[in-house]
Design a protein. Sequence first.
Length: 245
Amino acid sequence: MYKIFNQMIVAEIDKFIQTRNYPTFQPKAIFFDMDGVLFDSMKNHATAWVKAMKVVGLPFTENEAYMNEGRTGSSTIDGVFVEVHGRNATEEEKQKIYSIKSGLFEACGKTDRMPYALELLHKIQKQKLEIFVVTGSGQPSLIDSLDGNFPGVFHKDKMVTAFDVKHGKPNPEPYLMALKKSGFQPWEVVVIENAPLGVESATNAGLFTIAVNTGPLNPAILSDSGANLVLDGMRDLHDYWEKLF
Ligand code: MG
């Protein structure tokens, strides 16, 4: 299994270097998405989105929540408004719906750390690679609880959240901003994502992207979004990490 996996990785890395016309591939930083990667939070986000939209009479399914994951709340709400009303939502409408959604999300209770995330981060720290968070989330409870759940791992100046960007995923802006903050070249970064739009954002920024399929989506959706590798979940990523880099 490991041997086949090793060959696959080498082939994917070669393809990545050639397609992008990069001089090399030498990871010095790992950019982590937050929801569905570091926190097992997507189920609650999906439930909260569906309920919040229902409150204001908008149709929205859990599957749509997973497909829209990574967008800012504002962009998700606009998407539904355009479909239903043929126009974007007003600022007032957005604030109302997002505040309902945030309240419902908080009411779901404490969000668990994704199993194997902390152990993986410790491996990465030992390798002296830098760790960044790049999230479309504006959910203060989660951003604040990064420190509590992953003590000593994350730093405020190595974070890009919904508050920092104009466009959000799938636009490459969040990952380009993280790249700029890091000072690294695009061939010195690896992205860990779980959502199709997150993968799109990262690959559009020119970065090597590993998708971990931690939710209910068909893994083919993640490959089709451009992921360089698709793994079954965080456990696989943790177990294969040394084989990867
Ligand atoms: Mg995610």
